[in-house]
Every structure is written in structure tokens, then in C-alpha cells.
Design a protein around this ligand. Structure first.
Ligand code: ZN
Length: 244
């Protein structure tokens, strides 16, 4: 099976359209999303509609949970909170129901999905180090799991030798046969924070056992002007150009 895995989309329609067009040209069997479909950007309804049309398997992110009132808003900074409240005001009841019904974790034949971590998906923890990754690597029931949340691509690998040790790579061009298990943060479609403003998506080939991140330029100006026109904080538009 060939899977496309999408990181945090954050209501960025221009980025999502760019990525979906590239995925169509590449041909995959199933598209997956690690959550945070909404928040920050100005096109939540269009992003939800596209994911539903494409039959994407989606898990719930912390911004998705906050929009439907399932998360304490104190965990959000001022800009994120303003965007959550704005999003809540523009979504239909049907779209809110769709967000509410998203699962926190999904286990498929070849991989697992969650937003923050596999070991405690409801806590929306940030996995930034090998130590952060260890509890998830212990509990994984598949050779590979995909997460998002930090918006920074990284692969965290439980090595075959020495047994029980964990390594990481910021370069997402991974041969899964070289490790026992691998936890992959796929980065972000709609708000990259690795100082590379391009959007991107991950191709996972379960037969070849490879995971590869592809980066693509997209129309940032369109996404940024939608944010400004919606009256959302300008900072949310400006950061798209910087990739932070
Ligand atoms: Zn996010």
C-alpha cells in the first residue's frame, strides 16, 4: 500500500490544495492526516470538505478538540485562542460534529496515527527528543507510527543494535528496515515551523518500507491574505512566510 500522510493542515486551503494535487499525480492508495485540520488559518470549512471528499483517515488534534470545547483553552496562547474562537464561529453544526467524532488514535494494518503521542494521545504531548519518544516506541504495535503537533519533521528510531536504544534524524528519507520501530513526525502542511516555508507531505510505501517527505512551494500570499481578510491576527499570516 502507498499512503500519503498529512501533517497539521491548520485551515490553510492553498497549501492543502497544492499537496492534494501532488498526491494525485503521485498516486497513492490512502491519505492519512495526523490532525489539527483547523486553527490558525482562514479556510476551515474548505479544508474539512476536501478531506471528507478524499476519504482521508483523520485523527483529532488539540486545535480540533479546542474548537469543539473538549480542551481547556488556558493551554492556548493568545493568537491560537483567537483563531479557535473565530473558527468556532464559522463552522457549521455538521462540520463541528465531524470534528467531535474524530478518533484520538487509529491503528491500521501497516501503521498507527495520533496527533501528539501514541502512548497518551489525549494528553497532546510534544515529542521533541528521543526520551519523549520512548514511551510511544514501547507501546507501538506497528513498525511505524505517524504524529504531528510540533510542526517539525523528525524520525525517531528504536534501533536493532544496541537493543532498546533510540536515535533520531531530521532527514525524513527513512528505510524502515534499518530500525525495529520508527515514530515519524510528518511536519505540517499548513504552518511549517522548521524555517522552511514550503508545504509538504509524506509518502509511506508499506511494501518498500520507506518513508519520504516531499516539500513543495505553494501560494503563501493567498493563504496570508485570507487570514488578514478574515480579521485574524496578522502575525498568523506573517509567520507563514518565515516557516516558524
Ligand atoms: Zn498544530
Amino acid at each position: 500500500m502507498r499512503y500519503a500522510v498529512l501533517g497539521d493542515i491548520h485551515s490553510n486551503l492553498s497549501a492543502l490544495e497544492c499537496v492534494l494535487e501532488d498526491i494525485r499525480a503521485t498516486q497513492v492508495d490512502q491519505i492519512l492526516s495526523v490532525g489539527d485540520v483547523v486553527g490558525y488559518g482562514a479556510s476551515p470549512s474548505d479544508c474539512i470538505r476536501l478531506l471528507r471528499e478524499e476519504g482521508v483517515i483523520v485523527v483529532k488534534g488539540n486545535h480540533d478538540a479546542a474548537c469543539v470545547g473538549e480542551l481547556n483553552e488556558n493551554t492556548f496562547n493568545r493568537y491560537a485562542l483567537e483563531a479557535v474562537r473565530w473558527t468556532r464561529g464559522v463552522l457549521s453544526t455538521d462540520e463541528m460534529d465531524w470534528l467531535r467524532e474524530l478518533p484520538l488514535e487509529v491503528t491500521l494494518e501497516h501503521c498507527q496515527l495520533a496527533h501528539g503521542s501514541i502512548h497518551e494521545p489525549e494528553a497532546f504531548e510534544y515529542i521533541r527528543t528521543t526520551r519523549d519518544a520512548d514511551p510511544s516506541l514501547e507501546l507501538m504495535t506497528r513498525p511505524v507510527a505517524f504524529v504531528g503537533h510540533t510542526h517539525i519533521p523528525i524520525a525517531l528510531m528504536r534501533l536493532l543494535e544496541p537493543v532498546g536504544s533510540t536515535a533520531y534524524s531530521p532527514d525524513l528519507d527513512v528505510d524502515l528496515r534499518e530500525s525495529d520501530r520508527c515514530l515519524v513526525n510528518v511536519g505540517s502542511v499548513g504552518q511549517p515551523r522548521d524555517e522552511d516555508h514550503r508545504t509538504g507531505w509524506v509518502l509511506f510505501d508499506s511494501e518498500a518500507q520507506t518513508v519520504k517527505l516531499k516539500r513543495l512551494p505553494y501560494q503563501i500570499e493567498v493563504a496570508a491574505s485570507r487570514i488578514r481578510d478574515a480579521g485574524l491576527p496578522r502575525m498568523l499570516a506573517d509567520r507563514l512566510y518565515l516557516g516558524v
